[in-house]
Design a protein around this ligand. Structure first.
Ligand code: ZN
Length: 257
């Protein structure tokens, strides 16, 4: 069941055509001293999540319509959750658009083979229904598309995604990968914070430890970083229930490799 586990796509900004000219200005230590918008963001003071109950329906094997309904329900749940956390932090929240397709293109390009993408400019969570979701639905993995991409939406609304994008294009080589990992691991942590109150509603059919074990065993991706670190951050968000535990920008290199 866990063999096909793949991480949802990254935020589309990094793959946007036409890299800014900042690419030529090398700032090798940029990640070592992150700007305040990343290191001291107000979202870290959004407190501990309040209980949440969402109606998340069953998935019927082979039914794209049923998968769409599931994703829509997950989206409504994530939206409610983050609206509350933003209010608690004194931040303004706006909902992203959500598109669900069985094809491979979204408003900001091709959706990765892992089935989801966040388009920052269009503020859109783009979900692709994959064949394996129809033939062998792994409920928690399917739920994770919305949970992870919503993490990128949180990063967009708080200014972190733009700042990360600047750092990303200025950095080179392994420093650039680390900037990418910090973003992705934070999205994983935000997903974990959401799960801390939404897991019962999602009713994944496996235990949290089994899920984290599956994340740890997933294939390594250059963009996301080491699965064991992704599992660490997701679990950290889940156990703390607070976005304040998701400051990957100050974390040691070993935790974001
Ligand atoms: Zn991502």
């Amino acid at each position: 069941m866990i063999a096909g586990l793949g991480l949802p796509g990254t935020a589309g900004a990094q793959t946007a055509a036409g890299a800014p000219t900042a690419q030529t200005a090398s700032l090798p230590h940029a990640a070592a001293a992150p700007p305040a918008v990343l290191a001291e963001n107000r979202i870290y003071r959004s407190g501990t999540a309040s209980p949440l109950s969402c109606p998340i329906p069953e998935i019927r094997e082979g039914s794209a319509a049923s998968l769409k309904t599931f994703h829509r329900a997950m989206a409504r749940c994530a939206d409610r959750f983050w609206a509350t956390r933003f209010r608690a932090a004194g931040l303004t929240y706006t909902s992203p658009k959500v598109t669900i397709t069985t094809g491979s293109s979204s408003v900001c390009g091709k959706i990765t083979s892992n089935g989801a993408q966040y388009c920052p400019t269009q503020r859109t969570v783009a979900i692709r229904i994959m064949k394996r979701d129809l033939t062998d639905p792994f409920r928690m993995n399917i739920a994770h598309s919305v949970a992870h991409e919503w993490g990128h939406h949180v990063q967009q609304l708080t200014g972190m995604l733009d700042e990360q994008n600047r750092l990303y294009w200025r950095a080179r080589g392994s420093a650039r990968s680390i900037v990418s990992h910090r973003l992705e691991m934070q999205a994983e942590c935000f997903a974990g914070v959401f799960y801390s109150v939404a897991l019962d509603s999602i009713d994944p059919g496996i235990t949290w430890d089994q899920w984290i074990g599956a994340v740890r065993e997933a294939e390594e991706s250059k963009v996301h970083g080491k699965p064991r670190n992704l599992a660490y951050w997701q679990n950290r968000g889940y156990t703390s229930g607070s976005a304040g535990s998701c400051n990957t920008w100050k974390a040691s290199l070993a935790r974001v490799s």
